[in-house]
Write a protein that binds this ligand. Structure first.
Ligand code: NAD
Length: 417
């Protein structure tokens, strides 16, 4: 059988996947964003996750925003976003649109694999009926589906698509073999066959929810230990000497995975008349962490009697380290809040090129001896490499350094969470 793939949605997840498959199979990279397609045709990834060389090596890939080109594929992989609405309910519109699009061109024996993060049951209960209705075809008679959640970690140079273990699941045993075969071409790590699609969906969603809850626990402890005048990071270091202590750190939780996925789980729980207790408490703690950080800073400003026009430098604007993604970044909220009362500059070399014309206080380089406050908001490697002494050069003599991520644990004059 000759497999011809189409990847639907070429963002952080879809592009690396499309480029990897494009080394071995005829692959169509499809996105509704024409600007993105034009950039990709030139071998440029604005997310800085795929190098020009990755494009060169992907010999069988073509990029398009034309729906009719998708007809040539027989395996569709869906990697569109699954965000939440303002009220935190799952916003499935993009996934539904992608299903409608595929449904219109679906042929007998085609396979549709979903990689987007969803709640358990979404593939079979929401996506399959749309595919069937729009195509007039029947699951496991005419077409087949699979679910293989993505686990990539943008900004992480060690763990990547190739070496992260992959889960695969399918509506049908034979299709599972095909899906396994396809992924085994691009993934060198273990590929784990999961018994059902629902188990694979649930596995993905709990991976991120577990992380959210663990960070929330550390955030709660950090607030408590602050009151007790105990250094949280030193407590974690000490506790980590025990074999079964899980090492998590306090901090801001943003982005479109950890801060979002738990709501997919609580949504399906609610639909099944089950009120979860831990998951949403964790979400609440993490979502309020920015308030605690701002309050702590303002207290220090008052305590140290800073009363002139305070200038603040925020270093790092993304939702996590070493990536250029600012979606749902809690630092954005901190900036918006502090900018109301203070002069705030943002310094983030990973974000500068994409946003220099969109974020008015984003600067290319900080001034020397200029800032009263420096907030080290994201632990980008570039900041670590600069070293605390170079960073201190941006600050006035009387200053507050707020090292939210404890990038410089040995610098004792900084505020920590
Ligand atoms: N980014 C991550 O680190 C990560 C990791 C694991 C899982 N995920 C999950 O993977 C999914 C995709 O996330 P992402 O970060 O890659 O999103 P993204 O926003 O980076 O990219 C999504 C792309 O899909 C395109 N798109 C939207 N609707 C489309 C449609 N109907 N047809 C074609 N293209 C369409 C958008 O234009 C965009 O380019 C989400 O469910 C997310 O939760 C993300």
């Amino acid at each position: 059988m000759n497999y011809s793939l189409a990847i639907i949605g070429l963002g952080y997840v879809g592009l690396p996947l499309a480029l990897a498959f494009g080394k071995f199979f005829k692959t169509i990279g499809y996105d509704i964003d024409l600007r993105r397609i034009n950039e990709l045709k030139k071998g440029f990834d604005r997310n800085n996750e795929s190098s020009h060389n990755n494009f060169v090596k992907s010999k069988f890939i073509t990029f398009t925003n034309e729906k009719n080109k998708l007809k040539n594929a027989n395996v569709y992989i869906v990697t569109v976003p699954t965000p939440v609405y303002k009220n935190k309910k799952p916003d499935c519109r993009l996934l539904i649109n992608a299903c409608k699009l595929i449904g219109k061109i679906l042929k007998k024996n085609d396979i549709v694999i979903f990689e987007s993060t969803v709640f358990p049951g979404m593939t079979e209960d929401i996506c399959v009926p749309i595919l069937s209705k729009t195509s007039g075809l029947f699951l496991n008679l005419d077409f087949y589906v699979g679910y293989s959640p993505e686990r990539i970690n943008p900004g992480d140079t060690k763990r990547n698509l190739k070496n992260i273990p992959k889960l695969v699941s399918s509506s049908n045993k034979n299709t599972l073999k095909i899906i396994y075969f396809l992924y085994s071409k691009i993934i060198k790590a273990k590929i784990h066959k999961v018994e059902t699609i629902k188990i694979a969906e649930a596995a993905k969603i709990i991976e991120n929810t577990q992380r959210d809850i663990n960070i929330a626990f550390m955030n709660e402890l950090a607030v408590l230990f602050d009151k007790l005048n105990i250094d949280t990071h030193k407590v974690i270091k000490a506790a980590s000497t025990k074999w079964n202590f899980l090492k998590f750190y306090p901090g801001l939780v943003g982005g479109h995975c950890i801060g979002v996925d738990p709501y997919y789980l609580t949504h399906i729980a609610k639909l099944n008349q089950y009120k979860t207790k831990i998951i949403l408490s964790g979400r609440k703690i993490n979502d309020n962490m920015y308030k605690y950080i701002i309050k702590k800073l303002i207290n220090q400003l008052q305590k140290k009697k800073f009363n002139n026009k305070i200038k603040i430098l925020i270093m790092g604007y993304t939702f996590k380290e070493n990536c250029s993604d600012i979606r749902n970044s809690q630092v954005v909220i901190i900036n918006n809040s502090l900018s109301k009362d203070y002069i705030v500059n943002i310094f983030d070399p990973l974000v500068y090129n994409n946003y220099k014309n969109k974020i008015k206080n984003l600067i290319r380089k900080p001034k020397k001896n200029y800032y009263d406050v420096i907030i080290l908001a994201v632990n980008h490697k570039v900041f670590l490499n600069m070293g605390i002494n170079n960073i201190l050069k941006f600050a006035k003599k009387k200053n507050i350094i707020y090292d939210i991520k404890n990038i410089f644990p040995n610098y004792n004059n900084s505020l920590k969470i």
